[in-house]
Design a protein around this ligand. Structure first.
Ligand code: GRF
Length: 191
């Protein structure tokens, strides 16, 4: 059976991108990452992609007249590469209707909180500030809302310490495993 073809969208460090690529390489996911889409030229994820030999589509949103315009270009590239599933991994942008319509039910995201709590860019800090003791990670389908869309998987840990860096690392470790589980779940339905 043919391998599923994944695109990863990222804006920053790319540890989730790397975890997905490594899982594809060592057979924990029966798929290949055929494209990295990055909206931040200079982001660390691009160095990682170079190291792993993933084709990159890096773009500056401000060079386009509108989100519709750059999403149309991205959707055309995804079509050309015959992408089955889009995995957002720290892509710091709301996905618009062009991509949502072309890749309906085929765009997923990972978020470092137990959604629907603590949406947004500072989820871990917001949860700490709130005094939370059970932290977690959520994978979900993407819709036009911020960190909305139907939940696919969740993972949780109890943390009562006060070291945000330690907590962030623990959460990232959960993310890297959870995304593998979710991708497997989604591609096995298709293939
Ligand atoms: C992760 O915490 C992810 O949940 C969130 O953005 C972060 C990206 O981290 N959406 P990385 O770039 O994959 O290391």
């Amino acid at each position: 059976m043919k391998k599923a073809r994944l695109a990863v969208f990222a804006s920053g460090s790319g540890s989730n991108y790397q975890a997905i690529v490594e899982a594809c390489r060592d057979g924990r996911i029966d798929a290949e990452v055929v494209l990295l889409v990055c909206d931040k030229p200079g982001a660390k994820v691009l160095e990682r992609a170079k190291r792993y030999g993933t084709e990159c589509f890096a773009f500056s949103p401000k060079e386009y007249a509108s989100r519709e315009e750059f999403e149309t270009v991205i959707a055309d590239v995804l079509d050309e590469r015959k992408v089955d599933l889009v995995c957002l991994a720290g892509y710091m942008r709301i996905v618009g209707k062009v991509l949502l319509e072309r890749y309906e039910q085929r765009i997923v995201n990972i978020h470092p909180s137990l959604l629907p709590s603590f949406k947004g860019a500072h989820a871990i800090q917001d949860a700490v500030d709130y005094g939370v003791k059970i932290f977690g990670v959520t994978t979900h389908f993407v819709d036009e809302t911020l960190d909305g869309g139907r939940i696919i998987d969740q993972g949780a840990i109890v943390y009562e310490g006060s070291d945000i860096e330690e907590l962030t690392n623990l959460i990232h470790n959960i993310e890297h495993k959870l995304y593998v589980k979710t991708i497997n779940k989604l591609i096995s339905k298709k293939h």
